[in-house]
Design a protein. Structure first.
Length: 230
């Protein structure tokens, strides 16, 4: 079973419309749609925005649906000048940029007492997602690298610079690392696929509404193509 998580309804609506829904259920105030999409058994859900919502959602998928793959789909802000609006970023790993236990000697981003700093993506999923985007969205670029997550919509250049300097991440959003964290604890395969909707700076407010829609359409195509290869 494959779990597909998007933070906002816009990020999962097209996928739910395309699937054959067999069952709907509510857990933790979230609506889970179980069925088939592109010939695969899937559960698609809107988690809500933020790390806690996303982590709770991932755990429900593991506990109630026994998923063995988690795919996080959605939009993100670019942290690299070469990554343009509409491009796709696929996670190699993910960090929580707003974790700070440096008082105890941990580096910024390290969750205390965890045996990893960054939560890894499944390498096979990464490679297949990259190939999927290159096939269905040949006009845009595909980037593979670190995703930084935090309970903050990054729209300030100073914050952006801090995240880049500490983590070397390619993009920033608000859910992926917590989903990857939950996947790691549950020994479930995971990948984050994010379409760039803004530049994560003070232009975000101007760009976001227009480019979000375009980015989501491109990401939906990637997810559908990826499913055919699993």
């Amino acid at each position: 079973m494959i779990g597909i998580i998007g933070a906002m309804e816009e990020e999962v609506a097209s996928l739910k419309e395309a699937m054959e829904i067999q069952e709907m259920a509510e857990y933790a105030s979230m609506n889970f749609c179980k069925g088939t999409l592109c010939g695969k058994d899937v559960v698609i859900v809107k988690s809500g925005i933020g790390k806690v919502n996303a982590a709770v959602c991932a755990q429900v998928l593991v506990d109630k649906y026994e998923v063995d793959i988690l795919i996080n789909t959605g939009v993100a802000g670019s942290l690299d000048a070469s990554i343009d609006i509409g491009d796709i970023v696929i996670s190699t790993d993910a960090v929580q940029h707003d974790v700070d236990a440096t008082t105890f000697g941990d580096p910024v981003g390290q969750v205390p007492n965890m045996d990893v700093f960054a939560f890894p993506a499944d390498q096979t999923l990464v490679e297949k997602a990259k190939a999927a985007n290159e096939k269905v969205n040949p006009e845009i670029q595909t980037f593979v690298g670190r995703v930084a997550s935090g309970d903050q919509f990054v729209a300030d250049q100073k914050v952006k610079d801090r995240i880049v300097n500490h983590f070397g991440a390619l993009c920033t959003e608000m859910e992926g690392a917590s989903i990857a964290h939950a996947a790691y604890l549950n020994k479930v395969s995971c990948v984050i696929i994010r379409a760039i909707s803004d530049k994560a700076d003070n232009s975000a407010q101007m760009d976001y509404p227009d480019f979000e829609r375009r980015a989501i359409k491109q990401n939906v195509r990637v997810v559908k193509e990826l499913l055919t290869t699993l």
